[in-house]
Design a protein around this ligand. Structure first.
Ligand code: PMT
Length: 405
């Protein structure tokens, strides 16, 4: 999506460097529109290098493409951070004496501002009135925070951290089409113990399942994330008031946790990589070489968790399975997925090709999504969050007729 980031002349401009990085990292096309005063704090090359887009402050540049209004017309979101008392006043009055001003007047996109100023300026009746005017017009306001200010004094007026602004910005771009919908998601890889120190496992990092949980929560869902052996840094993406994390280790624990979570869920997503087999015997003591010879490990099959969830499916529930395949062609990939879908009985099947360097652990993914007749209803390729968006779009579509009943 196209995001315009307006930067005005306050010391907090240095924090917007991180804001631009976060928005670009989230996959958005970001154009920075600084005011002349903002460039006294952070230079133009920094904004161009980080946004990968040309930057100007003038309404007289790029006139052929009517840049002074085109930026606002083409924006999906405009963020002003920091927003000084001066720019807030101009916004309230509709003054357009620079490129940011014309952009703000020309846009019909949501606008988010992050005020930053001294406490006295924030408390001034003029600023209070201007903020009230902007709120009434539907402008979204994040902050300011209370804390130490540039002059060493403290009080309300500090710009909130770039992570918080990015979160508020991304929330404004996200549809709330899963408001109140309960979703159970499994993620990560199970570990089946051989003895107190060893296990049979797989390389799933949990990234894909965590991205699904985070995207679902951003769209308004209430999520239970059953997390099998996921590291803290990957799980950090799932920090959201609407996500409850249930940590599990083995396939049996994951089966129990998903059975509980599915009871009142409208959608169930099995993105976890579950062991198909586990050691028949788990030694209480560490297996050693002392007995001599190479040990033979007898395996027994684990229950098919998703097939069990399908057999207990409640009315109106959509169940999504994943398939991790190592095919030799795209036809084989889709054919194998079709057979897996029929075997498991899921409503949607998301198939990804996996290998030494794809699917598992990587930051990106590429999937085909099969509908309940085995037809490919969507494909997606990109970050795991982008793939999650496509999977949730398919879930929203599958839920629509069931929610109307
Ligand atoms: O975690 P990442 O590093 O981000 O990697 C993501 C991923 C590649 C693990 C993920 O996108 C994925 O493909 N998850 C499913 C992996 C898997 O176990 O696929 P499968 O083809 O073996 O199983 C098919 C389906 O049956 C899956 O929904 C699986 O959860 C389920 N299953 C499998 C075995 C079992 N005993 N019970 C199950 O329910």
């Amino acid at each position: 999506m196209n995001i315009v980031v307006g930067v005005t002349g306050g010391i907090a401009a240095y924090k917007s460097v991180q804001l631009v990085r976060l928005l670009v990292k989230a996959g958005h096309d970001v154009t920075v529109v600084p005011t002349d005063d903002a460039l006294r704090f952070v230079g133009l090359p920094t904004w161009e290098a980080l946004s990968h887009n040309p930057v100007t402050t003038s309404v007289h540049d790029d006139v052929a493409r009517v840049r002074h209004v085109a930026l606002g017309q083409g924006a999906d979101l405009v963020v002003v951070a920091p927003a000084t008392a001066n720019t807030i006043a101009k916004m309230a009055a509709g003054i357009a004496d620079n490129l940011l001003g014309t952009t703000l007047l020309a846009t019909e996109a949501p606008v988010l501002i992050a005020p930053a100023m001294h406490a006295e300026m924030w408390r001034h009746p003029a600023t209070t009135a201007n903020i009230g005017t902007l709120r009434d017009r539907g402008v979204h306001i994040v902050g300011p925070a209370v804390g130490e200010l540039a002059g060493g004094d403290s009080g309300p007026g500090r710009m909130v951290e770039p992570e918080e602004i990015a979160e508020a910005a991304l929330a404004l771009l996200t549809p709330r089409d899963l408001d109140g919908v309960r979703i159970a998601v499994s993620a990560g890889g199970t570990r089946e113990p051989l003895d107190p120190v060893r296990y049979l496992g797989n390389r799933s990092s949990g990234r894909q399942g965590v991205a699904l949980a985070a995207e679902a929560a951003a769209r308004g869902a209430v999520v239970t994330l059953v997390a099998a052996n996921i590291s803290a840094d990957v799980l950090a993406e799932a920090r959201h008031p609407s996500i409850a994390v249930v940590p599990v280790g083995t396939a049996a624990e994951l089966a129990d946790a998903m059975a509980d979570a599915a009871v009142d869920a409208q959608a169930v997503v099995m993105a976890a990589a579950v062991a198909d087999y586990r050691p028949a015997v788990v030694s209480d003591r560490k297996l050693t070489k002392e007995g001599g010879g190479v040990p033979a490990i007898e395996l027994v099959e684990t229950p098919d968790i998703v097939a069990g969830l399908v057999s207990r499916r409640r009315d109106g529930q959509v169940i999504v399975g994943f398939a991790a395949e190592t095919p030799q062609s795209e036809e084989e990939l889709v054919e194998r997925a079709r057979r897996k879908q029929q075997r498991k009985g899921v409503d949607l099947l998301v198939v990804n090709e996996v290998g030494w360097e794809r699917g598992f652990e990587s930051a990106g993914n590429a999937v085909h999504i099969l509908g309940d007749g085995g037809e490919v209803v969507a494909t997606a390729e990109g970050t795991k969050r982008e793939v999650a968006t496509a999977v949730l779009d398919a879930i929203v579509e599958a839920l629509a007729p069931l929610r109307r009943r």
